[in-house]
Write a protein that binds this ligand. Structure first.
Ligand code: G3P
Length: 478
């Protein structure tokens, strides 16, 4: 009943001393697929010590050598795309093709990070004192970027590989060490990915991966005095982490309720395609998914018809068949989504399709005439259910978007670029896409949320900078 996987510390694969494991349930079969080690707090302590000493040496390793190892890891990761993608299919029910894409994208992300790191960490600043009033030219200031130390990386279940390497690669190129706590669903994909770094030949103790129960090691990790920075992507547990964490830099990407504002002059075929891609890819389990459509009433009927026609084309089934819509990650997630659907039903939303669920598999559902008193107008289903709210003015749409506690991304569809830019400026979100669905990538673009959607900014360049600190040396001339 499930292969048992070891955790990774000190360059070795280890079994937890407790003898306990955590089960990973295949969302499709709802049976145990794999088991991972339930690490103890004592084991976490050991890993922290190892990561700290390995980091000291790594920071002295030449930048080009760090980059070389990252390029090697990227190539190995791409070579292993098939077995890793298979894990993604079994653990998180990601459609087969998307699973391969995630691994390849991750290899590219690592390589780009290595190149970017060489460039931006390879240069510093030189300042002279006489530009500030009252000073002679007697002080030369040299700046460089130094690593923070041990980075705790906590990726979410929906991109256990890509959102792990988006933290690991910047940390490593900048001279930090890594403690990775993978999500339980996605842990084995994460361990396979770590194995690629192992094969690349990174020093022992520099990269570690602990698995286990959140209740046993979650807070213990995030509040550990050995951690110098936390990079977290996930749900609202991130808010709790940010309150409990010590005086360390935090990079957080939490949820989103990305709005899609559709104006009268929009190309409705383009909008419909993007609503399908944005709302239903990976069954809506993306923080950047389109989570509410705000459409001007005069074009709403036409748009809903087009989206309905496209929803009808979506295939529903197991991820192995590369279905568009696959089972959501867990039973509790499916139950939560169902709760939102039932609430909308009770309050009179128009169901464009019949609601259908088998186990964790939920058929794609478009809900029209959603009103602000319905939970689905505000909460993120993280599933294939999309609400449409009809609006009478652009201002009404912007108001709905900004009334959300989230502020990750949003999108606006119009042929009038001037209007689009004004709307983008008015939307309180980290990014606004004009005439396309929200998305994090390409992975070197800045990616950030405001309000409850996050702290700091990601994207390759921003992550490298975030995982460093400025160090200055001042030469005082006689
Ligand atoms: O949900 C995670 C978030 O980072 C989305 O990424 O690439 O699907 O836009 P992406």
């Amino acid at each position: 009943d499930g292969d048992v996987y070891k955790y990774y510390a000190d360059g070795e694969w280890k079994t937890a001393s407790s003898g306990k494991t955590v089960a990973i349930i295949n969302p499709t079969t709802r049976k145990t697929q794999y088991k991972v080690q339930a690490c103890s707090q004592e084991e976490v302590n050991k890993v922290m010590d190892l990561a700290k000493s390995a980091q000291k040496l790594w920071a002295k390793t030449p930048l080009w050598k760090r980059a070389e190892l990252l390029h090697k890891a990227a190539a190995i990761l791409k070579e292993h795309k098939a077995p890793i993608a298979e894990c993604l299919v079994k653990e998180i029910a990601k459609p087969a093709k998307d699973a391969v894409t995630e691994v390849v994208r991750s290899g590219d992300l690592i390589s780009y990070t290595a190149e970017e790191g060489v460039r931006i960490l390879g240069e510093g600043k030189f300042l002279v004192s006489d530009s500030f009033p009252g000073n002679e030219r007697t002080k030369y200031c040299l700046t460089s970027k130094i690593p923070l130390g041990v980075i705790l990386a906590i990726p979410p279940f929906n991109y256990p590989v890509n959102l792990a390497v988006s933290k690991i690669a910047p940390a490593l190129i900048a001279g930090n060490s890594i403690v990775l706590k993978p999500p339980t669903q996605g842990a084995v994909s994460g361990l396979h990915m770590i194995h690629c770094f192992h094969l690349a030949g990174f020093p022992k103790g520099l990269i570690n991966c602990v698995t286990g129960k959140g209740s046993e090691i979650g807070d213990f990790l995030t509040m550990h005095p050995g951690v110098n920075c936390i990079s977290f992507t996930g749900g609202d547990t991130g808010i709790g982490i940010s309150k409990k964490a010590g005086m360390i830099p935090l990079q957080m990407e939490l949820g989103g309720k990305d709005a899609c504002i559709v104006l009268e002059d929009a190309d409705l075929d383009l909008v419909a395609i993007n609503i399908i891609k944005g709302g239903f890819s990976y069954s809506g389990q993306r923080c950047t998914a389109v989570k509410v459509v705000l459409v001007i009433e005069s074009v709403a009927d036409a748009l809903v018809e087009k989206v309905k026609a496209n929803v009808a084309k979506l295939t529903v089934g197991p991820p192995e068949d590369d279905s568009d819509i696959t089972p959501v990650v867990s039973e509790s997630s499916a139950n939560y989504i169902e709760g939102l659907v039932l609430d909308a039903k009770e309050k009179g939303a128009t169901f464009c399709q019949e609601y259908k669920r088998e186990g964790n598999l939920i058929w794609p559902l478009l809900l029209d005439h959603v009103r602000p008193d319905m939970r689905i107008a505000w909460e993120e289903p993280f599933g294939p259910v999309l609400p449409v709210i009809r609006i009478n003015s652009v201002e009404e749409g912007i108001h709905h978007c900004n009334a959300s506690n989230f502020g990750l991304q949003g999108c606006v569809f119009t042929k009038d670029v001037n209007k689009a830019i004004l709307i983008s400026d008015a939307m309180e979100t980290g990014t606004v896409q004009i005439n396309s669905a929200p998305a994090r990538g390409p992975d070197h673009f800045p990616f950030q949320g405001i309000k409850d959607s996050g702290i700091g900014s990601q994207g390759i360049t921003n992550s490298i900078n975030m995982m460093t600190k400025v160090k200055t040396t001042v030469i005082n001339l006689p």
